[in-house]
Design a protein around this ligand. Sequence first.
Ligand code: ARG
Length: 286
Amino acid sequence: TVPGLTVPNPDESIASARPERIPVRRTILMCKPDYFTVVYRINPWMDPAIPTDTALAVAQWQTLYDTYVGLGFDVHLIDPIDGLPDMVYAANGGFVVDNIAYGAAFTYPERQPEGPAYMDWFRESGFDVRVPVEINEGEGDFLLVGDAILAGTGFRSASNSHEEVSAIYGRPVITLNLINPSFYHLDTAIAVLDDTNIAYLPSAFDEPSLVILRERYPDAIIVTEEDAAILGLNSYSDGYNVVIAARAKDFERQLRARGYNPIGVDLSELLLGGGGVKCCTLELRR
Ligand code: ARG
């Protein structure tokens, strides 16, 4: 090399071309899977004939909890209820923005008692609770991206709930139609990375929804079918750190290439219920 001439390190020049990712401290609600098991089948992932290991589910969940605490998040807990094995999927417990908690009204009777249980917790915690009229499964189908609310329908939340949410929050609500039963909640098909960026699985949506997604998010990360097949999209970001399924290797690579910090967590036991990282996480926005 020529003395006095510094050759730029290619890695560093890539890094400096990346936008700066700023972590924002999150406040979330989780529910320990003390009563987790699979005894009914309300999505294609669930098979009551396959045994579940509740102690392993708790241990894996604990790793997720510890990861969030390690990231400095303010993590709240709701008491699990015996007989409600899916209560660990706290994302379905409601949708909380602007201190308003829109309650959940579950599609299947097996989960319906969770709605009031979560609404009680919101009320006791000082949120302005809105009892839902329409069927909806909370943050499983409503994702806030910047000012807009992406809203899923097709398997669980009724499209009428999108109008209810729009009336409550006065924010733009964008309806997206899910078409693959394996990706039955919006949070299994889209990951929100920050106020302007998302990742998604195109094959989970119908064509009109894809037109919207391509137009709004031309730079979105497109995940592989392989990563999606282990619910790799079901992840949770603070704007820099993105907690993802440990096995979602290509998603991990794409996140890193864009300046995010992916953190892999193994929730294989909770995958038997059809849920991953995001399903276990409900954001609380005051
Ligand atoms: N067994 C649960 C159900 O089918 C899993 C929920 C997953 N939650 C989610 N936010 N995608 O309702």
